[in-house]
Design a protein around this ligand. Structure first.
Ligand SMILES: Cc1cc2nc3c(=O)[nH]c(=O)nc-3n(C[C@H](O)[C@H](O)[C@H](O)COP(=O)(O)O)c2cc1C
Length: 490
């Protein structure tokens, strides 16, 4: 019998759903998911901070090609950690053809995160990527597969071509993935390619093809995924716009409410009845982080739910402790502080932001930040002239963006999420003037429900408390949906 998780702990980048959180959730028999976003950069910063506890080192020691692991350790490990005021090292930004060193770093860092999440138990672990952050995909997925990732989950776009990549890697074939390049002419080669054999420093290990779950916002992209994907789609996560992180834009013309947030309408409504006819298991996400919602989802035919916000504030998550505490205190007071920002993300997707003083959500704080683009995960590839590819980000210095052919309107309100998300997990870059990058916290609309996980008098809660609480309204043998999907998932 195929065991499907009732609860997927949603991938939360950068580094919020880290190996510790995913390990705790998977150990309990639900699906723990590490975020694969910007893991290479995060890994370098953990090493530059001295690798407290030796966890990264332990992961590196398990990497199948020891010389590659050693090179990365030698390049980035700082014994005792860098001085607080010293900047983190620069890592090259990803491109269609990234330098070999960066590809190796990406493989190794994704391997280590999945390896550590799998340590000490035999249950599957997943890894989450954003379709929009395309350039690191191939190396990241290969690294995660080397560590035996059981699931790959991907949203923020329609990840039609990822299933074929998983199949190619599992068969030791060359994997190809088409980079979206604005303004590319028909016939221009925009494919990224990775032949694992070119990187192997020993025999290629046997790889299992992870299950692939596409994260989509409604029935139409769900059907598109199942009809047009380049390989098997093992299930769907249907994420409503209440969810933390990036949200799919509303279908049709963008309209904003009085507060300036996107308005979702009838065309965004999810038809659960129809989802049941698609023949693959599905999980519901976005405001499903409580026991009643899990019971309701299962009764409606879902395999379970995906939950982010509740886990983001658990003790195991990578979010900075002081930020967790502030937001937990806010949640206890029950104030509504979540804003769906239609502009902040350079992806152009709405992005949920907790309005918290002392973070980049506050205008005076963000305004002080000098525009700089040095991480580049959200850069858009474009073709400045026939056959060439260059990169730009709407949050980079305005003049640069405009000089690259970007429109000035697109830069308004854009924020450097790459640097902010690093700051959220305690790895803020320090600038030459001594300033550090401000954090910007993303949470779901029902942030305030996290207060229900706090035991009386407690100031924090664990992932186990969340899992137990979520399962508490299910009948003991609530396994019915799993059997129905045996054919699709075996
Ligand atoms: C802090 C945070 C970061 C997130 N980052 C990602 C991400 O990198 N990729 C992704 O697919 N979803 C991301 N999400 C969405 C979650 O995986 C999950 O689907 C969502 O949080 C579910 O809704 P909920 O927040 O109401 O529980 C993020 C959510 C949060 C709260």
């Amino acid at each position: 019998m195929v065991q499907l998780p009732k609860i997927i702990q949603g991938g939360m980048g950068v580094g919020v759903s880290n190996w510790r959180l995913a390990n705790a959730v998977s150990k309990l028999g639900q699906l723990g998911v590490v975020s694969g976003t910007a893991l290479d950069q995060l890994f370098v910063r953990r090493l530059a901070d001295g690798d407290e506890g030796g966890n990264m080192k332990r992961g590196l020691e398990a990497f199948p090609f020891p010389e590659m692991a050693r090179r990365i350790w030698n390049d980035y490990f700082v014994p005792g950690g860098k001085a607080e005021t010293a900047p983190y090292p620069n890592v090259p930004m990803h491109q269609r053809n990234s330098p070999r060193k960066l590809v190796e770093l990406c493989m190794v860092s994704n391997f280590v995160e999945v390896f550590l999440a799998k340590e000490g138990h035999k249950n599957p672990v997943g890894i989450n990527f954003l379709e929009k952050v395309q350039m690191p995909h191939l190396a990241s997925i290969y690294g995660a597969m080397l560590a035996g990732a059981g699931y790959v989950l991907m949203g923020a776009g329609i990840p039609l071509h990822i299933p074929g990549v998983l199949d190619a890697f599992a068969a030791h074939h060359l994997a190809e993935y088409k980079l979206q390049v604005t303004g590319a002419v028909v016939g221009q080669d925009t494919f990224m390619r990775l032949n694992a054999a070119d990187y192997a420093e020993g025999p290629l290990p046997l790889l299992h093809r992870p299950k692939f779950l596409a994260i989509v916002s409604s029935n139409t992209p769900a059907t598109t995924m199942l009809r047009r994907a380049s390989g098997r789609v093992d299930g769907l996560v249907i994420e409503t716009p209440i969810a933390g992180g990036h949200n799919a834009p509303p279908r049709g013309k963008l309209q904003l409410n009085a507060a300036g947030e996107p308005v979702y309408g009838e065309r965004d409504r999810v038809d659960i009845q129809e989802l049941r006819t698609l023949g693959v298991p599905f999980w519901l996400a976005g405001g499903y982080g409580n026991a009643e919602k899990l019971r309701e989802a299962v009764e409606q035919g879902a395999a379970g739910i995906q939950v982010g916000t509740a886990f983001a504030f658990s003790a195991e998550s990578g979010m900075r402790r002081d930020l967790k505490q502030k937001l937990l205190a806010q949640a206890v007071h029950g104030e509504d502080i979540v804003f769906t920002d239609p502009l902040a993300s350079p992806t152009g997707f709405p992005f949920k932001v907790a309005q918290l003083e002392d973070t980049g959500s506050a205008f005076p704080i963000y305004q002080q930040r000098k525009r700089v683009c040095d991480l580049g995960y959200l850069r858009e590839a474009y073709a400045p002239s026939e056959g060439t590819i260059a990169y730009r980000c709407a949050a980079e210095p305005v003049d640069n963006y405009v000089a690259k052919g970007g429109s000035i309107e697109d830069t308004v309100g854009r924020k450097c999420l790459c640097n902010a998300l690093m700051a959220n997990v305690g790895h803020a870059q320090t600038r030459k003037d001594g300033k550090t990058e401000p954090p910007i916290i993303t949470v779901g609309d029902d942030l305030n429900t996290i207060a229900t996980f706090l035991a009386p008098g407690a100031e924090s809660y664990t992932a186990e408390q969340v899992v137990q609480s979520l399962l508490s309204a299910l009948p003991v043998h609530a396994a019915v949906p799993q059997e129905r999907y045996l054919m699709a998932t075996a």
